[in-house]
Structure formats: C-alpha cells, structure tokens
Ligand binder design. Structure first.
Ligand code: SF4
Length: 703
C-alpha cells in the first residue's frame, strides 16, 4: 500500500474479472475506489481492459447487502417468479449475525443429521480466493460429509479438464498465453479473446503483427479474425469433423513428429485408423470449410517450428466438448508442439480464480491437486489430516445436483458467490430446484437471482475487500489485497465459512488467511516452494516451482507427462451431432456467450455504471441479412423460443453471427438466455451444451 498525493492510498491487487489475471493499482479516496490502473504484472504489462479499468464501482453499489437476512415465514418460495421491483424486505427480514448464523448452520446440521451428508451440497465460487475455495470444499467434505461440492468450472472448462487429465495428466495450461509471441503458428478456436480475455488478445495481435501465422476458428466472426492468416467460420457443432480432417492431413502427408511420438505418446495407431475416414474432401461439406483450406491450415500448424493452441467455451460447452479437446490434444501430441517455449495447449480460463478454485479441490471428484476422492490411500491421507472419515464416492456435479434436488435426494445447499439461478441451463428447472430446497443458505454481496430463493442470506465481501491468493490462466499465483472494508455489517467470506463450520462442530481455528494458505500448500505438491510470504514479496509466482528462490516453470511437459507411464495419451474422437439439432419446428441454432462489457451472470458488471451504460439491455443478435429476410429490423423486440421456454430481447444486427443462428449473452436477467439452453451434458466433463440448441424466433408479444 502506497500513499499518493491525490488519493488516500493506492493498493496493489489483481483484477476481479477474467482469468488473464491483470495486476492492478486500486486508488482509494474517502473510503471509495476512484480509479484503477494496470501494473506491470507478467500477464498484463500495465494493460487493462474496459472491465478491469472501469468496472470497479459495483463494490460501492447501494445494492450491496449490508445486513444478514432471513426469509419471512409467510414469504412465497421464489421459483420462477419475476421478483424484479419487489421490495426485498417483503420477502426477508433483517437479522442479527448470531440469529442468521445459527439459522444457517442449524438447518444444514438438521438435514445432515436426519438424512445424512448426501442430502446436502455446496457451490463455492471461482471468484473467491484460493483460501476460500480450499476451506469451502473442506467444509463440505468434513462438515457435510459428502463430495457434493462444485462450482462454475463445471459450466466452462470441465470437458477440457477431463480431456487434459486423460491425455496429459494435468488440467492446467502447458504454457502461458504470452508465449504466443514466441510461436510461429497460433490456433485460437472456440474462444473470443478480444471480448472475453481482452489483454491476452493483445498478445495474439502483436504476435500476428510480428509474423506469427494466426489461425482463428469460430462459427461466429470475431475481431481477432482481422489479424488472422486463416479465419475459419466453420459450421456450429462441427468441431470434430474439422479437427479430425486436420489430423487426417497431418498423418496422410507425414507431417507428424515420429521421434516425439515414439518417445512420448501412446494411441497414435488408433488415431491413424480413426481419422482415415475424415479426409478434408469428405469433411468439407460437414464443417463448411473448403478442403484446400483445411489442408493449408493443417500444414501451417504442423510444419511450424513452434505452434500453440488456445481454446475456450466454443470447444468445451458441447455434449462432445471432451471429444473436441481430445482432438486438440492429439494435434499437439503428434506434432510435438508441446513442452517447449512457443508451443503448447492453453484452455483460456474464464474467471479470475477458476484455475485456483479447481486446483484447491472445489470439485466433486477430486481433493486438492486433482487427487481422486475414490482412491483409498489418498482418502486415508486426508482422513488423517482432517481427522475425520470422508465420503468414499465422488460427488454430484452442478447440473446433477439440480436434478438430485428435483428427485428429493438433496434437501439443503450452501451457495457462496455463485448464481445458478442465472448460470445454469434450463433456468426454470434450476430455479424450481432452488425453490424446492428445504434449506438454502446463500452468501453473496448482492441479492442475486439465486439469493432470492434463500432461507438465509449472509452478506459477504467483494474482491476489493479481501486478502487472498488468486491463480490465473497461466498458473500464476498472485496476491489480491483489500482496498476497502466490507460495507455495513457485511463480513469476510472466509470468516463466514469458518463460523458455519464451527457451528456444525468442526472446531476450526484459523486466525489469519495466511494460515489457510499454508495448510492448503501442505497438501498441494503444486504449491511446493511457494509460500504465502513469497507470493506477497514477488507478487506473482508460477507453479510448479523447483525451489524457493528459483522462478516457477512457465512451460511444463518438457520431459514427458505426469501420467502413470509418463506418456501423453491420444484418445481418438468420433463425430457426434449436437444433442438437439434444428428441425422444422425449431429451425435455428441458439448459441450463448458473454459480451465485452458484462461478466458472466451480470451480478457485478450490471451494477458497474460505465459498463452497464454501454450495454444496458438484453439483446439477441442475428445476421443483418437474415433480419431483413424475415422482415424484421434492428431494435425490434423479438421472442426467442426453444423447447424450454420463450425469452424476449431486443434484436441486434451483427454480421459476426452466422445465417441460421441467434446469439444471446447470458448476463441479462430481463432476457435470461439460460431459460432457453439445453441441459444435456457431455458424458465425461458433465458440462451442458450451452453453445448449441434448436430455436426459433418471432416478433415479441410486447413489441
Ligand atoms: Fe481484468 Fe481480464 Fe480485463 Fe485483465 S483482461 S483487466 S484480468 S477482465
């Protein structure tokens, strides 16, 4: 913390939004944040995007929760009722902390004691710190006695992680995105970095300017395509067809690295057999990219000295999301484009701490550092460490938990900083589940759409009010520092987890967040040599590190993979259609995503003045030619319908949207895109198919 003349203080911290992990200087005057600038962090070199620079005033919003709330006995269950404009105090009454915590913990304890731990579940947050994620999963596992703990990684890169764990033995990136500057060829597929990882996008653009062959693959057009050597707008859902065609060319033309494969890779023969049928000529009509372009792209990627692949939700949010990632892993493995500077596999992580929260065990199948809960030896170690018998079976994932509530198996939940009432697919089904819970505790900074369903609401701390570590997409562990105190009676998230744990009999005793970090680092080999003090001193330390005084390893897999036999494993992918394809009744494809100015469910950015002023209304975007053909105009109110519901939104003309497609951002609660999305899951990653479902449009009733 430094004192600068015009400000009361300037605090060194990190951005609360995306996984890039930009380091920030947060200026405070009169107990308000008045300015945020970039610092010279390894991932941003002084840069910030519009969200990081101007999206800070949500922290001081008058809508912040400042008192604990308890649902009134006569209040209706929220369900799918539109609560906008309703005075919260008609639904809730203010309570003391003692009453609220007793009520919150008492309800969880009662259901655990009467129905067993499997009747409970918890959603932690990718926006919380590593320490919060670690304690949250420990609380659910130790206090509830179940592995039913998950967070929004399930909705973003779960399928990528499933494929990476299977293929290369680690769910994290193999190289930082800054390495694009060292690459001769960069593929960006199913990601829109200029919108969702804007500072990372600046590195890709710079690389292209310096001569790197940038290949951008996306059914929707995007800004990065202007900088690309090849821009492939393939047919939505046809990822495997296109990627297997690239693999076909590389194998047919012997562009693979035989020596590397022999030394490091298994499964090559099976891949060879599988992709025989995927010639570019056969796949061109399936994926919509001409055969000679597919051949040229395959040659460019394979022949380059150093090639990298970046991907995002366009790859992962499909029922074949794991297969999509398997193809990308196969591309890197057969060409040896991994383990060296300027090469590698990089799933661009979405939230500021989704990497760290997953690493810390906030997922139902793994303890911290991706150690299986079903492995008896590992479980035994945790039972000794935490002094308690633990659930031997993997828990349920986000969407499975919603289904289990409907089936009466789960009766109570603790949700910290997540908003499933907006983020889950088939939203009406998800909201009905929240309404059905016997007991719901929500800990958040706003009365989110999820909090409206709660029995007890615990007002918590914003990112700018907390001390803790955050791990970005590059595996860089960085320190977030508080600039303000939480408003009113709001309290630190970490304190609240500890309060609830102790009221459920766990007897925890932590006096500082650093003690939680130290305990977590004890069970996470990935954090060896990375102490709290080191992060505080160095600001950013990449894991894994070989010693306390040497920089961490930005590039991994230089000498084999952390798999049982040390080899990377190729799993060939079959061509499977999306779960719900267009038909006569629903002839269009609905795809969902984010906007540059709004973050995820909008809980923060819709309360940020500048950002919400730029994008204030719920929209649905279509190609201008298609709009004209249908006799509609930009600005019309339209109804987007799928088999799960109808949502009205303002029509926007957008050349980037393909013919036959409608795009909706999922941040607008007045036009909630997730009321329409398909909850069908990828069988491995258990991620829903947000990127594709059948839809139709019509003029809206309220046009
Ligand atoms: Fe924040 Fe991401 Fe923007 Fe950087 S690129 S300022 S981390 S939202």
């Amino acid at each position: 913390t430094r004192v600068v003349q015009e400000f009361d203080k300037v605090v060194d911290s990190v951005c609360p939004f995306c996984g890039v992990g930009c380091q920030t200087k947060v200026a405070v005057k009169d107990n308000k944040i008045v300015q945020v600038d970039g610092r010279d962090g390894p991932a941003n070199e002084n840069r910030l995007c519009v969200k990081g620079r101007f999206g800070f005033d949500y922290v001081m919003s008058p809508e912040r929760l400042t008192k604990p709330l308890i649902r009134r006995d006569d209040a209706p269950k929220a369900g799918d009722i539109d609560l906008r404009g309703v005075d919260p105090l008609t639904i809730f009454r203010e309570a003391t902390w003692e009453e609220a915590l007793q009520r919150a913990a008492g309800g969880l304890k009662r259901i655990r004691d009467e129905h067993g731990g499997k009747a409970l579940a918890g959603f932690g947050s990718a926006k919380g710190s590593n320490e919060e994620a670690y304690l949250f999963q420990k609380f659910v596992r130790q206090g509830f006695g179940t592995n039913n703990v998950d967070h929004c990684t399930r909705l973003c890169h779960a399928s990528s992680v499933a494929a990476l764990m299977e293929g290369v033995g680690s769910g994290a990136v193999s190289a930082p995105f800054m390495d694009a500057m060292k690459a001769d060829c960069v593929i960006v597929i199913g990601a829109r970095p200029a919108t969702n990882h804007p500072v990372a996008a600046t590195y890709f653009k710079q690389a292209a300017k310096r001569g790197t062959n940038l290949i951008v693959m996306d059914p929707r057009g995007q800004e990065l395509m202007r900088h690309a050597t090849y821009a492939l707008r393939f047919k939505p859902g046809a990822d495997v067809a296109m990627l297997n065609a690239l693999l076909h060319v590389i194998i047919e033309e012997k562009l693979y690295d035989e020596q590397y494969i022999q030394a490091n890779v298994s499964g090559f023969e099976a891949l060879k057999n599988k992709v025989k049928e995927f010639s570019p000529e056969a796949m061109a009509p399936v994926c919509g990219i001409e055969a000679d372009v597919l051949r040229a792209v395959a040659r460019t990627y394979a022949k380059a000295e150093r090639s990298m692949i970046f991907w995002g939700m366009g790859i992962s949010q499909h029922t074949h999301g794991t297969d999509n990632s398997r193809c990308l892993i196969a591309l890197a493995l057969i060409t040896g484009h991994v383990g060296r500077p300027g090469t590698g596999l990089h799933p661009l992580r979405g939230q500021n701490n989704v990497q760290g929260a997953s690493d810390a065990g906030l997922i139902p199948m793994y303890f911290p550092d991706y150690k299986s809960v079903e492995n008896i030896d590992i479980r035994g170690q945790y039972e000794n460490f935490w002094g308690q018998t633990l659930d031997p079976k993997r828990g349920l994932t986000v969407v499975e938990i919603v289904d289990a509530i409907h089936e009466g198996e789960i009766r109570a939940m603790y949700i910290m900083g997540e908003n499933p009432a907006m983020s889950d697919p088939d939203q009406s089904h998800a909201r009905a589940a929240l309404a059905k819970l016997e007991h719901l505790v929500v800990q958040d900074i706003f009365l989110t759409e999820t909090a409206w369903h709660a029995d007890v609401v615990l007002p918590a701390s914003a990112h700018a009010e907390k001390l803790g570590t955050f791990t970005n997409t590059n595996r860089q562990v960085q320190m977030g520092r508080p600039a303000l105190d939480p408003p009113g009676d709001a309290r630190q998230d970490l304190e609240l987890i500890i309060e609830l744990a102790n009221r459920m009999g766990l007897g925890w005793n932590y006096s500082h967040v650093s003690e939680v970090y130290t305990e977590m680092a004890q069970v996470m080999p990935s954090l060896r040599h990375i102490s709290w003090e080191r992060i505080d001193r160095e600001e950013s330390v990449v894991y894994p590190a070989d010693g306390p005084d040497v920089p961490g390893n930005e590039i991994v897999f230089s000498s084999g993979f952390p798999t049982t036999d040390g080899r990377g494993r190729i799993v060939p992918a079959d061509l499977l259609p999306p779960d719900e394809v267009p038909d006569d009744e629903y002839p269009m494809v609905l795809t969902t995503g984010r906007l540059l100015e709004h973050w995820h469910t909008g809980a923060m950015t819709r309360r940020a003045g500048v950002l919400n002023a730029i994008e204030p209304y719920g929209i649905a975007a279509m190609n201008p030619y298609e709009i004209k053909r249908r006799g509609l105009s930009q600005g019309d109110m339209i109804a987007v319908e799928t088999r799960r519901g109808t949502v009205e939104a303002i029509l926007r003309a957008d050349r980037e949207v393909a013919d036959g497609m409608v795009f909706m951002p999922f941040c607008f609660n007045e036009s909630p895109a997730n009321q329409l999305t398909n909850p069908m899951l990828d069988p491995y990653g258990k991620i829903p198919e947000f990127k594709y479902c059948a839809a139709r449009i019509a003029p809206a009733a309220r046009a």
